[in-house]
Design a protein around this ligand. Structure first.
Ligand SMILES: Nc1ncnc2c1ncn2[C@@H]1O[C@H](COP(=O)(O)OP(=O)(O)OP(=O)(O)O)[C@@H](O)[C@H]1O
Ligand SMILES: [Mg+2]
Length: 243
């Protein structure tokens, strides 16, 4: 099947820590998959590898029938795999619009005028039009997060990997982002969403994958996930460790 993401036996170690323990995961085109698990369970590591920021120690990743493990983030973005960072990354000294063009112009066939027009459409979709000429460094945390969303959408991705998009975000903005995620998915974008916000995950995702110590311990519907004793145990264990 085209545009599937097929992960096989993916492993990553950091010194003595097994961040990913030979995991297998298949994501179909058009899915919206939630990725949950206690702190340190390997969620960000998985996204970092799929998006080309880390190399795996073992295993394979195929996208659209082709191996993609080890490709640079830039190459991956061009074939349609976009991501957002757990810690918001924008170019603070550039304006919002300039930030959009930095990513948008990675498609060399597009003129600057066409890219600018497209950028302004994406900014309008995210209510950022009035900030187009503001320096990104002057944005609030929430606005910077929206800009990051905007930059991902500028790349017209087929798969979006979102790492904690709701972290530290005002409830109203959270609802807005939530609706945008739902809308992108309805328009055919495949989404993998990491969040500790269970309400959002269970509300948005029909499929939820749970990691614990680098293993997938549950892969099911929100109801199946909530009812799974291993998931509960993973989270209670986490709380116990933190106490
Ligand atoms: N760059 C790194 N160097 C060393 N260890 C790392 C690195 N990145 C992750 N780890 C370790 O790998 C494990 C998995 O971390 P990861 O960041 O993937 O977890 P996570 O599920 O995203 O957690 P959180 O919910 O806190 O964001 C942890 O033990 C973490 O300390
Ligand atoms: Mg993380």
């Amino acid at each position: 099947m085209p545009e599937q993401l097929v992960i096989r036996e993916l492993s990553k170690r950091f010194g003595g820590v097994v961040a990913l323990n030979a995991i297998d995961l298949l994501v179909e085109a058009g899915e919206l998959v939630g990725l949950i698990g206690p702190n340190g369970s390997g969620k960000t590591t998985l996204l970092n590898i799929v998006s080309g920021y880390y190399d795996a120690d073992g295993g394979t990743i195929d996208y659209d029938g082709k191996p993609v493990a080890g490709l640079s983030p830039h190459r991956l973005a061009r074939i349609g795999i976009g991501r957002s960072f757990q810690i918001t990354k924008v170019f603070r000294r550039l304006t919002v619009l300039e930030n959009m063009l930095v990513s948008g112009l990675s498609d060399w066939s597009e003129s600057r005028a066409a890219a600018t027009e497209r950028a302004m459409e994406v900014l309008a979709d995210l209510n950022l039009t009035r900030l187009a000429h503001e320096r990104a460094g002057n944005l609030s945390g929430g606005q910077a997060k929206l800009l990051e969303f905007a930059r991902i959408m500028m790349l017209q991705p087929k798969i979006v990997l979102l790492d904690e998009p709701f972290g530290g975000v005002h409830p109203e903005l959270k609802r807005f982002m939530y609706e945008r995620i739902r809308e992108w998915n309805a328009n055919g974008v495949t989404i993998i969403l990491i969040s500790h916000d269970m309400g959002s995950i269970f509300g948005l995702c029909r499929r939820v994958v749970t990691l614990s110590y680098g293993d997938i311990i549950c892969d099911g519907t929100p109801d199946e996930t909530r009812a799974n004793p291993a998931v509960l145990e993973a989270y209670l264990g986490d709380r116990h460790d933190a106490a």
